[in-house]
Write a protein that binds this ligand. Structure first.
Ligand code: NAG
Ligand code: NAG
Ligand code: NAG
Length: 148
């Protein structure tokens, strides 16, 4: 019996699914995590995307956790982005404490806007379906003098 359990564990380790099983015990099984959002081209708090064309194309977007850059991408022509990371890299519980930080200054999308500062959004859990956990950055706020 002990041998069978051991063999099963070895098989699972080779399949790389040990941590997702730990997640399953927490009720959130996933193999990959997808973080998506649309970056606004504006200043303010919890900036609304309701105005057409009010988006930030070609912006560098970073996933930062405790000040560390964990992943990075660039927005498309509609200001949209998507970051896919293996769930093994960072747990959902920890991701909730991470932020999306836009490092391209707003001046790049509208010359009337500041040449310093960053747009920052927390992450909101959306759902987990067939091994894909989804989080969204839906509340961008303009922050000056950002470090972390
Ligand atoms: C941001 O605005 C949306 C829509 O106006 C609202 O539903 C949401 O609660 C706000 N979030 C925060 C963090 O203020
Ligand atoms: C975005 O970047 C691409 C490639 O560098 C460039 O062709 C395009 O003009 C840029 N778009 C905007 C809106 O800056
Ligand atoms: C650029 O920003 C200014 C100041 O917020 C705003 O009045 C203007 O409508 C913006 N331009 C575009 C094209 O969005």
């Amino acid at each position: 019996m002990a041998v069978k359990v051991y063999v099963l564990l070895v098989v699972l380790m080779f399949a790389g699914v040990v941590l997702p099983i730990a997640h399953a015990q927490l009720g959130s099984p996933s193999l990959v995590t997808v973080i998506s959002g649309t970056v606004p081209c504006n200043v303010g708090n919890n900036i609304s995307l309701s105005t057409p064309n009010n988006v930030f194309p070609n912006a560098t977007v970073q996933l930062r956790c405790s000040g560390n850059v964990v992943a990075s991408t660039t927005t498309n022509s509609n200001g949209g982005f998507s970051i896919v990371i293996p769930s093994l890299l960072i747990s959902l519980e920890d991701l909730i404490n991470c932020n999306i930080v836009v490092t391209t200054t707003l001046f790049s999308c509208n010359a009337s806007l500041p040449t310093d500062g960053n747009l920052v959004s927390p992450l909101t859990f959306v759902n987990t379906i067939v091994g894909i956990a989804r989080l969204a950055a839906v509340s961008f706020t303009f922050v000056r003098g950002l470090i972390g």
